[in-house]
Design a protein around this ligand. Structure first.
Ligand SMILES: [Zn+2]
Length: 85
């Protein structure tokens, strides 16, 4: 092992620079989201969600519209149940 501390430091810097240049490429549905947002739309056609909905998502959050509506309804139901006691 003949590597010097200086050389190791150099390599570490190069490695660090490489990591910095490796920006994550925007995924296709992100591009669709950005395009829709730029067009002033609140929703866009994204990838199909975990619950197998059509893939219409909000440009603001990227969340599935149907899932969001579902969660909202669930919360409302829970709240009204809590209110009843
Ligand atoms: Zn969904």
């Amino acid at each position: 092992m003949s590597i010097t501390t200086e050389r190791a430091r150099e390599l570490a810097v190069i490695c660090h620079q490489n990591h910095r240049s490796l920006r994550p490429a925007p995924r296709p549905h992100d591009q669709a989201k950005l395009a829709a947002r730029a067009a002033g739309q609140t929703k866009f056609q994204g990838s199909i969600c975990a619950n197998n909905h059509g893939g219409i998502r909000y440009t603001s959050t990227g969340h599935c519209v149907e899932c969001t509506a579902m969660h909202r309804n669930n919360r409302k139901t829970k709240e009204s149940n809590n209110g009843k006691k």
